[in-house]
Design a protein around this ligand. Structure first.
Ligand code: FES
Length: 564
């Protein structure tokens, strides 16, 4: 197959003319024939003034280009969309599949022999992996890297676990407006991704375990010189991948996904990663078995002591040896022969740094928590599954029965949650519905239902909360998420009424509505779907609502899956 500039010619009906025209136009940029005859390495440019998590992308692209050129290739950066968590309405998840489509089609449309995927904020690496899996040309991921920690009055702060913790204290009246304002300037002190084991860090660690980055690429801080150096090395590796024609499909195998999901359990990572990696695997026709994932969780303890499950931050994880050191601890339960962009996982493990006395990455004999981070629940409320992040939950609430207090959607929750008139007690179960993939739409991170203000003021820190929404990977609490099918398509969550009893049995992996089947059948017969979303007649929202799959299938678009 033709490579370099000859790849994927624009269709004018005359291939030689197409190449002539392409060369003529690109020469306008000052390239020589020598440069244009090199292997072309595309580099995604996801810089945006709206995206501080990608604030270092220009520096990383410059270093990646240097690495490509030192290895004999021609680097060509190109833009794709950029998604930041706080600047995406209605929610970044709504845009993930758009970014995956953009990435896939721009890789396919433009002539490149390999691509370097530079990104970091929560939805970016999943979208880029989805796109690269479908485009299937040689690809390597370069995460932007985590921020450094912040400080406030002697306390170490990290986005965004501490954002939520301190905001909860503000809601409870413990921090005044001036204090919370000052804190807002300290939570995210540098460019880069959130520095707790939230979604971005989880996805970066899993991407490294999947074999799609160079070793330690997940954890080097965004602002360190090593981050620039690994960008240069990534550029050079991309040239080698192009020469050897090693494609994502050869790396992202079922064994590689099993390795990545094992790491997810061992880091006590974000629930969101289950949705994202299910979507990436789905692009390759690989189905993720949630039961197998749950079994992994019982077998693999949480070994990494990072917030929100533990105490430390990503920079500490990095200096303790990062993913290679963690893989060393997991050697007996992962497939170390799995191929990576730079060899095998065994090579990465062999080169892992061993740091005497470090306590951030524990041994399996001395874990942070036994029984893994994430549990997959079923039951009559979640026939197609739900997730509970056990490592961020309150142990006494893991077996709990309580009265349901139902919110019909985000607006209803915003209207009533903090009202003094809301009848709610600490033992109740807060239920949020119509916040799933089609319901909200985009399955926002609303599953961290705040503790109602009157209970927060009385000192209540956690309650059982259940929803068809997602939750930020930086959040904590006894929170059941991703209930499938969602309420908006008639899932059992749609049938719950305030006053019903709900039982969470984390040990038995069940979430059940304690209402008899005959009554549920009556309610189902009377159920009406929620009103159509404004603007759903056209455009991307129309496409999204028609095509988005449920959480247990990764929320990808159905038409993006390979034919069965
Ligand atoms: Fe971008 Fe947290 S907001 S990683």
């Amino acid at each position: 197959m033709a490579g370099g500039l000859r790849k994927g010619l624009t269709n004018y009906g005359d291939a030689d003319f197409s190449l002539f025209l392409r060369r003529a136009f690109i020469k306008a940029m000052g390239f020589t024939d020598d440069a244009l005859d090199r292997p072309i390495i595309g580099i995604t440019d996801t810089f945006s003034d709206f995206n501080p998590c990608h604030g270092n992308v220009p520096d990383l692209i410059e270093a990646t280009k240097r690495g490509v050129m030192l290895a004999g290739g021609l680097p060509m950066a190109f833009p794709t969309i950029s998604i930041h968590e706080s600047f995406s309405h209605p929610t970044s998840m709504f845009l993930r599949n758009l970014m995956a489509l953009d990435t896939e089609e721009m890789i396919r449309a433009q002539p490149m022999d390999a691509v370097v995927l530079v990104g970091g904020c929560d939805k970016t690496l999943p979208a880029q992996l989805m796109g690269a899996a479908s485009a299937n040309i040689p690809a390597i991921v370069l995460p932007t890297g985590p921020m450094l920690v912040g400080h406030y009055k002697g306390e170490v702060l990290g986005a965004c676990t501490d954002c939520r913790r301190l905001w909860a204290r503000h809601r409870a009246g413990e921090l005044d407006a001036a204090a919370i304002d000052e804190i807002s300037g300290r939570l995210a002190p540098t460019k880069g991704t959130c520095m707790v084991m939230g979604t971005a860090s989880t996805v970066a660690c899993m991407t490294e375990a999947l074999g799609m980055t160079l070793p330690t690429a997940a954890s080097i801080p965004a602002t360190h010189a090593d981050r620039v150096r690994i960008a240069e090395a990534t550029g050079a590796s991309a040239v080698l991948l192009a020469a050897n024609k090693i494609t994502p499909r050869q790396i992202m195998t079922p064994a590689a996904f099993r390795n990545a999901f094992t790491v997810l359990q061992a880091i006590g990572g974000s629930t969101n990663a289950v949705v994202h990696f299910t979507a990436v695997a789905g692009r390759l026709g690989i189905s993720i078995d949630l039961e197998e994932f749950d079994r992994l969780g019982r077998e693999v303890p949480v070994l990494v002591d990072l917030k929100p499950s533990g105490e430390h931050y990503m920079e500490h994880f990095h200096w303790a040896g990062g993913v290679p050191r963690l893989l060393h601890e997991l050697s007996s339960v992962i497939d170390t022969s799995a191929r990576t962009v730079a060899g095998t996982l065994a090579d990465a493990i062999a080169a892992a740094e061993h740091v005497p006395g470090q306590t951030v990455i524990r041994t399996r004999e001395n874990p942070i928590a036994v029984g893994g981070g994430l549990a997959v629940l079923h039951g009559n409320l979640a026939p197609d599954g739900a997730l509970l992040k056990g490592s961020a939950a309150t142990p006494r609430l893991m077996q709990h029965e309580g009265r349901a207090v139902v919110f019909d959607g985000l607006e209803d929750m915003a209207d009533r949650l903090d009202s003094d008139a809301l009848e709610v007690a600490p033992d109740d179960v807060l239920v949020l519905r119509n916040a799933g993939p089609k319901g909200a739409p985009g399955m926002p991170e609303a599953g961290y239902i705040p503790i109602p203000r009157k209970l927060a003021r009385a000192g209540v820190k956690d309650m059982v909360r259940i929803s068809d929404a997602r939750m930020s990977g930086t959040a904590f609490g006894t929170i059941v998420l991703h209930i499938a099918p969602e309420a908006a398509v008639g899932g059992a969550l749609a049938l719950v009424r305030t006053g019903d009893r709900i039982r969470l049995d984390a040990a038995g992996r069940r979430i059940d509505l304690l209402v008899d089947d005959a009554e549920l059948a009556r309610r189902r017969a009377a159920w009406q779907p929620p009103a159509a979303h404004a603007g759903a007649e056209r455009g991307y929202l129309n496409l999204f609502l028609r095509e988005v799959l449920q959480a247990n299938e990764g929320c990808d678009f159905a038409f993006c899956r390979p034919p069965a």
